[in-house]
Write a protein that binds this ligand. Sequence first.
Ligand code: NDP
Length: 294
Amino acid sequence: MAETNILSGKVVSDAVYAALEDRIKALSDNHSAVPGLAAVIIGEDPASEVYVRNKTRRFRNMNLHSETIRLPEETSQEELLSTIRTLNHDPVFHGILVQLPLPKHIDTDVVINAIIPEKDVDGFHPENLGRLTAGKPRFIPCTPKGIMRILEHSHIDPSGKHAVVLGRSNIVGRPMSILLSQKQAYSNATTTICHSGTSDLRVITKQADILVAALGAPEMIDDSYIKEDVIIIDVGINRVPDDSEKGYKLVGDVNFDSVQGIAQSITPVPGGVGPMTIAMLVENTVEAAESLYA
Ligand code: NDP
């Protein structure tokens, strides 16, 4: 049984950061500009806290500017929109992210639409999603962009392959399917997108040469869903209770042990897609700063 190759997002993200150094220096030398990110977090969701901390820590490590704006759970939608309008006009910030999910009394679409597309470094604004769909992207959502980068870095060319994407969210599954089907190098796959309305998922997943799991279903995808030599991208980040001090461990949407020796390659959780999401956020923010001087 051949060993399954691990696709490390850590290794690829380190290469991304190294490649960004010159661009950051050029912004500083030529324009005295430091790419800046405003991260807005509402409420006290522990997972959101970790995500925002990891993102802003990376900005600090790269000597970039980042500020976290913390708002209480009971913040009204209008107050949040007012904060975003202020950030839209603040030249210190080239990128704005609002950490999701938002409290139930706030309409996520209204909030995303309020960020000006030029600072929407998450790539969730309808204008940016529309541009991506039309093949003329501005900011590509960080997680799918990071996955494409892992494939390219690993010399896995999706062209001519059958890529199956599990999940159709606007932040992962849908943009992922668009990127994989674009007519360009390191894309050009025949792409199928599955969701909770898909009947007999296994019939489709067993056809996949590349399988992207973005379900939010802990370890759901096991050996019964795959064919031999499939390349698996496990996007899922799920907290499941355990006996550790933290009281939980992180698992993906794929049962990692079950697919060993069958899959050709797999991204681990943690250490796979997660680090790439952060790297692409940094890259998008650098791009946002550069676009001011293009
Ligand atoms: P959403 O909940 O928004 O979307 C999940 C999608 O999976 C939906 O389209 C849903 O179908 C589909 N789905 C769920 N269960 C099943 C099932 N049993 N069978 C078929 N389809 C199913 O999640 P996200 O896209 O935001 O995130 C997905 C996962 O990725 C989560 O674990 C999240 O934590 C993780 N994530 C990881 C990131 C990273 O950096 N690694 C970044 C972002 C997310 P339907 O549309 O019909 O409801």
